[in-house]
Design a protein around this ligand. Structure first.
Ligand code: HEM
Length: 367
């Protein structure tokens, strides 16, 4: 459909089938007034309720010549284009500035450092994340831009990534490809049962306000594309443990064949190398741990020395950041893929549940 419902048990943009475009922005809250923060979150909630239904907030051309337009205008007449906007709070929001310390979920802490991290301050940290996804990039950007505009004097933009192609799939979507040319999202979380087990925070959480919410991990991952492009195909297969065109596990023939991590070849070695990306990340080899991957391909053009600056804006959702941490502790130290990627940005955010009805707003339970 063209629009996704805004109100509901969970925020949209998580179980929603990934749209084609992303604008991800992280804000620093500059005010120390809890009331100003509250007003901003209430304004954002009301505005997002409108934007996601294809409606504007304020007019593009006010009647009075001296009035400033309420809406910036670039998405006028474009419709909702499947827009979803998802909001999350970083650990820093619970440091006491706004009286939220007692509401800090025990599991919400800055991520630990991982082996092979190459984080830069330009793409790390911040207080509030906003993920806008849509089938049209201008519609996604319009929403973020106008939220930033509304936040002026209360919050400033800290970092942003624009994603131009989805790199994950839901149950009934074809699997897209990441910029390494491999199908990405083949074995992703699908279905309500798996979402309940692995993604949504249950009523057993230490913070009741998080019931129905989830935790978002963002990692801006730069790909060393030139190096990757000189690697021979057999090695590319070994890096992921899958084939490139079909996306089949090296132990099988078709994309959705279940990988057989125990299969060995004539040389006695594992058919799916033990240090391949999928062997290290698969739930079979991680005590059943799964995460919802909902990442996007990005490019920032070329870097200061003329190399392609591109990669994967990795976004995952899980009911406990420990799920991501356990996987990345393994991947960061053992993954063959590390030769070709650098994690340059990072953030972790508590994503509250969906809003109930008009008048509800993000973080209402915390004021
Ligand atoms: C699977 C690419 C980073 C977790 C895959 C697959 C590809 C891929 C091609 C196989 C197809 C599929 O099942 O989706 C990449 C690239 C990355 C990256 C290019 C970085 C640029 C990460 C990170 C994590 C992760 C940081 C988590 C810490 C997983 C998981 C699977 C997977 C859990 C499914 C494994 C399975 O069940 O077989 N990834 N990935 N990936 N990746 Fe990544």
């Amino acid at each position: 459909g063209e629009t996704y419902p805004f109100y509901g048990e969970h925020q949209a943009g998580i179980q929603t089938p990934p749209q084609d475009h992303l604008v991800f922005m992280v804000f620093d809250v500059t005010t120390t007034s809890a009331t100003e923060l509250q007003v901003m979150l209430a304004k954002w909630s009301a505005a997002i309720a409108q934007y996601t239904q294809g409606l504007a907030v304020g007019t593009v051309e006010p009647e009075r010549e001296l009035a400033v337009p309420g809406d910036t205008g670039e998405a006028a007449g474009m419709g909702a284009n499947q827009l979803t906007v998802t909001v999350g709070f970083a650990p820093s929001m619970f440091d006491g500035r706004f009286g939220w310390a007692k509401y800090k979920p025990a599991v919400l802490n800055d991520l630990p450092a991982f082996a092979s991290d190459a984080l830069t301050p330009e793409f790390t940290g911040g207080d509030i994340c906003v993920q806008a996804c849509a089938s049209d990039p201008q519609v996604a950007y319009h929403a973020i831009r106008n939220l930033a505009r509304m936040a002026r004097t209360t919050a400033t933009t800290r970092w942003t990534v624009q994603g131009f192609g989805r790199a994950s799939r839901s149950a009934d979507q074809a699997t897209p490809r990441n910029l390494m040319g491999f199908k990405d999202g083949t074995r992703n979380i699908v279905g309500d049962d798996e979402f309940a087990q692995q993604v949504w925070v249950g009523a057993d959480s230490d913070q009741q306000w998080m019931t129905g919410g989830t935790y978002l991990v963002a990692r801006k991952i730069h790909m060393l594309i030139e190096t990757w492009d000189t690697d021979y195909i057999g090695d590319q297969h070994a890096v992921f443990g899958r084939t490139k065109m079909e996306g089949a596990p090296l132990s099988g023939a078709a994309e959705f064949d279940t990988p057989d991590f125990a299969a060995t070849g004539a040389d006695g070695k594992s058919v799916i190398p033990a240090n391949s990306h999928v062997a290290l990340a698969a739930h079979e080899n991680n005590g059943g741990t799964k995460i919802l991957r909902r990442g996007y391909n990005f490019t920032d053009g070329i870097d200061s020395v003329g190399r392609l600056d591109a990669g994967l804006m990795f976004i995952s959702f899980q009911h406990d950041p420990a799920q991501f941490i356990a996987l990345q502790q393994k991947l960061g130290s053992m993954d063959r893929l590390n030769e070709y990627i650098r994690h340059v940005g990072s953030g972790v955010f508590a994503v509250p549940p969906g809003l109930a009805a008009a008048g509800d707003y993000y973080g209402k339970a915390l004021f």
